[in-house]
Design a protein around this ligand. Structure first.
Ligand code: FES
Length: 210
């Protein structure tokens, strides 16, 4: 349930609880007055008061509904927040780039050699230490935000013909940052590894990013 629906539910509940409390209070008073005297015009006024309160409460809820509903993100916005990617057409050693929230996301199907190179690294030698195992969900598939952590250029390395840098991963030509086959910064001015976007495998060959 979204936050705005929760707010609406609380609002409607609040109105009903308020009406219930008012009604209870009035009916107790009515009962008490009935015992003192049979005052029919006053009872009728109380009934009208309770009815108008209830109808007013429902009216407020109905009036508020479009405003509260408009607070939810539109469906096309929600769709932009996540992207499903079919991996079945990507061969070993190939990479593709997809867009997610306006950013390029690199998806690389790594070779055995690239996986071994990513694993056999002394973490103490890294500027931004991170084990390869902690950067992948399946060693064969590396998913990275394709945004250099120096000043935000898009590194080279996605095409077979691209320069991949000294560590055979990605190379950012803007100021010369080299990333390895796990997307970790190894040389150059970039301070951090390429970021890993939130994603999950929804089947053996499809991931959902976002
Ligand atoms: S933006 Fe990539 S090295 Fe500067």
């Amino acid at each position: 349930m979204t936050i705005s629906y929760s707010i609406l539910l609380l609002l409607v509940l609040g109105i009903f609880v308020f009406c219930y409390l008012v009604a209870t209070k009035v009916w107790i008073q009515v009962d008490k007055e009935k015992k003192d005297s049979d005052n029919t015009p006053k009872n009728r006024r109380d009934f009208l008061y309770i009815s108008s309160m209830s109808i007013g409460g429902l009216g407020v809820a109905t009036f508020m509904w479009p405003f509260i509903k408009s607070m939810n993100p539109a469906e096309d916005t929600l769709a932009l927040g996540s992207t499903e990617v079919d991996l079945s057409q990507i061969d070993i050693g190939q990479s593709i780039t997809v867009k997610w929230r306006g950013k390029p996301v690199f998806i690389k199907r790594r070779t055995e050699e690239e996986i071994l190179e990513a694993k056999n690294v002394d973490l103490n030698s890294l500027r931004d230490p991170a084990a390869d195992e902690d950067r992948v969900q399946n060693p064969e598939w590396l998913v990275l935000e394709g945004v250099c952590t120096h000043l935000g250029c898009v590194p080279l390395g996605q095409k077979m013909s691209d320069i991949k840098g000294e560590y055979k991963g990605w190379f950012c030509p803007c100021h010369g940052s080299h990333y390895d086959t796990s997307g970790r910064i190894r040389k150059g001015p970039a301070p951090e590894n390429l970021a890993i976007p939130p994603y999950r495998f929804i089947s053996d060959s499809v991931i959902k990013i976002g």
